[in-house]
Write a protein that binds this ligand. Sequence first.
Ligand SMILES: [Zn+2]
Ligand SMILES: [Zn+2]
Ligand SMILES: [Zn+2]
Length: 125
Amino acid sequence: MRNTKHQEAVLNFLKEAEKAVTADQIREGISEKINKTTVYRMLDRFVEADKVHFVTGQDGKAYYALCQHQHNSKENHLHNHLHFQCNQCGKVECLPEKIQVPRLKEYHVEETQLLLIGTCKRCKI
Ligand SMILES: [Zn+2]
Ligand SMILES: [Zn+2]
Ligand SMILES: [Zn+2]
């Protein structure tokens, strides 16, 4: 039961974050006390359940965000929307802009991590 409450807390945090967040940011942002391993295990499970996806930031950390779409199958769980990381404030966002992922005959694509790096609208003065 405790576990369900934790899962809800994490999912709610992701829903309200309006940006992609690291496991540490999740732990700091929720009132429930959850240890690091549990958070990572939970996030892995969400990714497998196609609820959440992540992109690896410049700092090597995984930034997680809720999936905004319904996935019909594992095969379709490819994200073609872009992500943006600001090199001033470090914020990572999912962008609505999509790119065409090319079909590669000789390769099987399992994951996409599309990250643009630059200055976000708040840091761009
Ligand atoms: Zn997804
Ligand atoms: Zn910024
Ligand atoms: Zn995204």
